[in-house]
Ligand binder design. Structure first.
Ligand code: BES
Ligand code: MN
Ligand code: ZN
Length: 505
């Protein structure tokens, strides 16, 4: 899908379909009720005239994602005019616009339209933020997870958006860089989703490492992959404890971005959970829903995708990603409840539940990132079912040991249009980690499971400022939405890239 900018007047553009946003500008009356007052977001009077009748009829009311399609609109060079509802004007922002662009792609793909033009709304967003939201939204909306459907090849030929033109007023030159940045970020997000979408037989730790290596070579990142021998030599007893039960070899993947002119005070470390399949191990999971545990490497895929974007956007800050990839399997070689493992940091861990494996591999990932000299750490992991209980599928959980770092991340979230909710790390929770035989247990708290897992990780981040993202509930869309397919979401990548850029500006 090609994306480009044009400052042609919307009514003068020849296209298969011209899309304009309709916003509801109704003001509340005394009862708090109001009739919708849809208004077309374009200063082109010919476009507004073409939409006049259908709006007057009440058929188009500007409800979010409502689509009203007019063929051969009078006075326009476009073959079709699509009115896309954007909801209340007062609430409209780049976040809504991003979703509308995704919805446009998904709607028009189904109608076998090949190219279309989208008029940048004039209210609620600046031109640069608007272009960025449109390009990101359209690219994310274009992702289709049906990789192994036999009719896929035919469908790809028939239902394919070749190009999208974004219509802006005034100079397009100054907006080209917003378009380019957005394209890089959104394509990296789709790269992450591609890795997450693959089932575990086609995305083993070895394959994940190969994909990371190939990407690194393409964009100019350093990349090393270590196997079982080096994992043992590094004394990563927590990581190896999980990996030992599987016939598939584990992989420790390191991606390095070290640009000239980077400030030497900051070295960001991105640590990802890459469990390519989580059976639970000896503490095996129930069969119902276990197939979903192929996405237990989403944290890893997010960090790999973020590194791709970082390499292409070139912020002036040193960044290293550490990805711990393994399966979690039951077998004659698997670790068992009650086993004690010694982590790389030297701390001993009593394994109460082999299904609490993510925190084990991340423990050593965090220690390793510290050993490599990282001054600030962020990890991403599909870590706990408990975060889904707490926050559902809407917000990811975010934990931070450092308020300044959290504030930076919160700003990045806002710019990226992603949702996360901060959860606590009070000292009182530390009580829960106690073991009779070792420095700590890996599981056991009945309540507050997401916090317990975060408190466990904190023991390994030690005094390095650290953020933990628990994306168990948000890395996979359980339902399709107008703007995005069911399947891998690519959550956290955009915020991570924005956060890293903040250190390199
Ligand atoms: N990978 C799971 C967490 C998960 C749950 C991810 C749902 C995505 C969706 C993790 O390894 C796990 O099994 N966690 C256990 C921990 C428990 C045994 C302490 C959980 O949350 O049940
Ligand atoms: Mn598990
Ligand atoms: Zn897991």
């Amino acid at each position: 899908m090609k994306t480009n900018l044009s400052s042609t007047a919307p009514s003068q553009l020849e296209t298969d379909c011209l899309i304009v946003v309709a916003l509801d500008r109704a003001e509340k009356n005394g009862n708090g009720n109001s009739k919708p007052a849809p208004a077309i977001e374009s200063s082109d009077t010919a476009v507004r005239d073409a939409a006049k009748d259908v709006i007057a009829s009440g058929e188009a009311s500007a409800k979010p994602f409502e689509t009203t399609l007019l063929h051969r609109p009078a006075g326009l060079k476009a073959k079709r005019l699509l009115l896309l509802g954007g909801g209340k004007a007062a609430k409209f922002s780049a976040t809504e616009l991003r979703k509308l662009a995704g919805a446009a792609v998904r709607t028009l793909k189904g109608k076998s339209i090949r190219s279309f033009a989208f008029v940048l709304p004039e209210s609620g967003v600046t031109a640069a933020d608007g272009v960025r939201a449109l390009v990101e939204g359209a690219t994310i909306g274009d992702f289709d997870p049906g990789y192994y459907k036999s009719e896929r090849k035919e469908k790809d030929k028939e239902q394919k958006i070749d190009s999208v033109t974004f219509l802006v007023s005034g100079d397009t030159k100054s907006l080209e860089s917003a378009l380019e940045t957005a394209r890089i970020v959104a394509e990296s997000q789709n790269f992450t989703r591609d890795l997450v979408n693959e089932p575990s037989n086609r995305m083993t730790p070895t394959i994940l490492a190969e994909r990371a290596k190939k990407m690194a070579a393409e964009v100019g990142l350093g990349c090393e992959v270590y196997g079982a021998d080096q994992i043992k030599a590094l004394k990563m007893g927590a990581f190896w404890g999980v990996a030992q039960g599987s016939d598939e070899p584990p992989a420790l993947i390191v991606l390095r971005y070290d640009p000239p002119g980077a400030a030497d005070k900051v070295h960001l470390g991105l640590v990802g959970k890459g469990v390519t399949f989580d059976t639970g191990g000896i503490s095996i999971k129930p069969a119902d829903g276990m197939e979903k545990m192929k996405y237990d490497m989403a944290g890893a895929a997010t960090m790999i995708g973020a590194m791709r974007a970082i390499a292409l956007l070139k912020p002036k800050v040193k960044v290293t990603a550490v990805v711990c990839a393994t399966e979690n399997m039951p077998s004659g070689k698997a670790q068992k409840p009650g086993d004690v493992q010694i982590a790389m940091s030297g701390k001993s861990i009593e394994i109460i539940n082999t299904d609490a494996e993510g925190r084990l591999i991340l423990a050593d990932g965090l220690s390793y990132a510290r050993q490599l000299g990282c001054t600030h750490l962020v990890d991403a992991a599909t870590l706990t079912g408990a975060v889904v209980v707490a926050l559902g599928y809407v917000n990811a959980g975010i934990f931070a040991s450092d308020d300044e770092m959290y504030e930076r991340f919160a700003k990045a979230l806002n710019r990226a249009g992603e949702k996360m909710w901060r959860l606590p790390l009070d000292e009182e929770y530390k009580e829960l980690l106690k073991s009779n035989i070792a420095d700590m247990t890996n599981a056991g708290a009945r309540y507050g499971g997401a916090i317990f897992a975060a408190m466990f990780l904190k023991e390994f981040a030690e005094d390095t400022p650290w953020i933990h993202l628990d994306i168990a509930g948000t890395a996979w869309m359980e339902e399709q939405k107008p703007w995005i397919a069911k399947g891998p979401s690519g959550i956290a990548l955009r915020s991570l890239v924005e956060f890293v850029k903040g250190y390199g500006a």
